[in-house]
Structure formats: structure tokens, C-alpha cells
Design a binder for this molecule. Sequence first.
Ligand SMILES: *Cc1c(COP(=O)(O)O)cnc(C)c1O
Length: 407
Amino acid sequence: MGTFNIANIREDFPILKRTVNGKPLVYFDNGATTQKPKQVIDAIVAYYADMNSNVHRGVHYLSQISTDAFEITRRKVQTFINARHEHEVIITKGTTESINIIATCYGRPFIGEGDEIIISAMEHHSNIVPWQMLCDEKGCVLRVIPMKENGELDIEAYRALFSERTKLVSFTYVSNALGTINPVKEMIDIAHTHEVPVLIDAAQAIQHMKVDVQALDVDFLAFSGHKMYGPTGVGVLYGKEELLNKMPPYQGGGDMIKEVTFAKTTYNELPFKFEAGTPNIEAGICLAHAIEYIETIGVEAIKAYEDELLAYATTQLAKIDGIRFIGTAEHKSSVISFVVDGIHPYDIGVILDKLGIAVRTGHHCAQPVMEQFAIPGTVRVSLAMYNTKEEVDTLIAGLERALGMLK
Ligand SMILES: *Cc1c(COP(=O)(O)O)cnc(C)c1O
């Protein structure tokens, strides 16, 4: 267990010292990407300064140490998510690619015309569009778990969606637009009573709470490095060994083959079967440093701190005249989405930016969610472990000022 010292944590993130528009930066766009601690930034520099070499190839020294470092990340991820085997961890470009690998390599061979895929009404576009593309190609059908007014999924409706034709369930652990934490274990168990595998999009969960793939008994899990204090351009696809083994490779190229002749090519084993070509070596190696950073602080300590900050921010924001929260689920994580009567979210975002406060405005890559609430978008405040109550107070003062100008 780590110790949570907010002053020390903030010291670790160099960008938090800068100003924006002459004001100290207040960064509340962590749902889009998190800032990086110097432990990760230093590791990126050290990689290029000391180690740069291609992985899984040369016999020479640098290639061996970069390969070893890359494989350390795989083992770090394995223990971090408690995977049974290290080769169940596929290093990808990010959540989007991880989901596309399943849509392609599981979807194409195992999901056919008239078969059904269940997703939810609160998915990020990257967990909608790959399935629509598969449906266009194969003639399969998307079924959508409805969402209630408070931003929770309707679990009874979910139970009723299963049929003989259901082949896969894919939904998000935490909504990036609403902050809802879904009852993931219960939903996986329901799918498994129908012998249907489940893919969980953990892009908004992995940095905020303990995710244990064996305890969840999840079949596939996807997340991104850049939202968990790591580099951009790296992510993870976890899959159960027996499922990954029966899937064909994703892309053809180097590293994913055992032997190539013009007559026949044999594919490499897990995990390399899904890792064609030179990976993002630097990001792959440095993801281990991000995980180490999270582990040093402690996932439980991070969650406790962020939950308290979320409660504080929610209470303070609720005092603002005309504010309406979008997404008021009982279990939420680190995201507050809201609108203010008669004012466009974008206008609020522009004025906050002038005050050095970074929030996201718009549909947050979840247009169907906005459609359900009949709004064009929201202002989204998304928290990370380095945010503080003082920053929340700065946000509230900024909002009051923005609303005074806009009303
Ligand atoms: C960010 C996000 C994605 C997409 O992740 P990328 O890093 O852009 O590939 C998918 N799902 C959720 C819930 C997200 O927040």
C-alpha cells in the first residue's frame, strides 16, 4: 500500500507548474488524457538516450535490453490486472485498436448473419463503430442495453436482450461521458449463464480502481496507456488464452510469423500473433513506469482520494444557479458532466480556458448519450489523482464569472 501525499504527487507532474493565459493551469480534462509524471517522462528520454533498438530481433546488446524492457511491461500489466498468463497480454496502440482486434479477429470468424452483439447506450464511439462495421460486413445485429434517466444501465432490460443468437457482449466499465460505474461483475455473470463472452472497455476504470480480470472472469479487456499517466500510442488487450488461441492474427507482417515461404506461412504464438510489425517501443517500455507510479501511490489510495474529491466537486457545483448534472448514478467515478440552463457548453469552456482551466465540452465521443438526454453536449470535469479541492474552488469561481458574463 502506498501513501497518498498530494503535495509530493503534484511535484511529480512538471506540467502542473505551467501557466495558461497567464493563470496557473487547472487541468480537469483527464478523461481525454492524463498528464505524465516525471518518472514516465524521464523513462522516455532514457529509452532514446540509452537503449533505442528494435525489439524481438537482434542478438546484439541494445536489442536484448530493449526487448527485456518491453517484456517487463507485459509482466507488469499481467500482475496489475491479475491475468493468469503473461501471453494473455497483447500490447496494442490503445483501447480503440484493442476493440477493433476483437471485432475483426473474433467477430469475422465467429459472428455471422443474424447473430447478435450486445453493447450499451453509454458506449464511446470506439465501442460502437467497430461493431457497426462488422454488422455491415456480416449481416449481424446490434442490440443496445438501454440507459435510465440517471445514467445507469437497465439491468433487467439487459437480461431480456439475450437470445439464442447472442454471440458477444461489449460494454464500458465506466462511462467517459457520465462517470457511471457499471455493475460489471453482475453483467459478466449474466452473459456467462448464456455462455456468451464479454469484452470490457476499461479505458476509464483502469486508472481509478482495482481491475482484476480473474475476479471479474472477463473474457477480453481493453485500455489505453495515455489515460493512466503513461505515454500515448500504447494500450492493452487482455484476452483469455483459449479465446485468443482460436482467433486468427490481426495484421500480417513481421514478428507475428514463425516461418514464411511463398507456399505457406505459419503464425507465431501468443502474444506475438497479434503484434505484427515494430511496436511503439518507447511507449510500450514506459507504460511499465506509469503502472509502477500508480502502484507506488496505491490504487486503493487513489480511489479513496478521488472519491472524496468527486463528492466535494459535486456538492460545490450543485450550488451553481441553473446547473443540471447529466449522469447521477449511485456509483460514479471521477467524471462530472453538466449543462447550465440557456447557455451553450462551448461558451463556458472558452471562458474557463481564458482563466487557465481546462475542461472538455461537447459530446465526448458518445453522441448517442447526448441524444438520449436531448442536449448537444455537456461541460465535463474529469478528475485525476493530482487534482485538489483548491482547484475545484478555482473552477467554481471561474464558472460563476463565466455565467455572469453569459447570462
Ligand atoms: C478514451 C476512450 C476510448 C478510446 O481510447 P483511445 O485511447 O482513444 O483508443 C474508448 N472508450 C472509452 C470509455 C474512453 O474513455
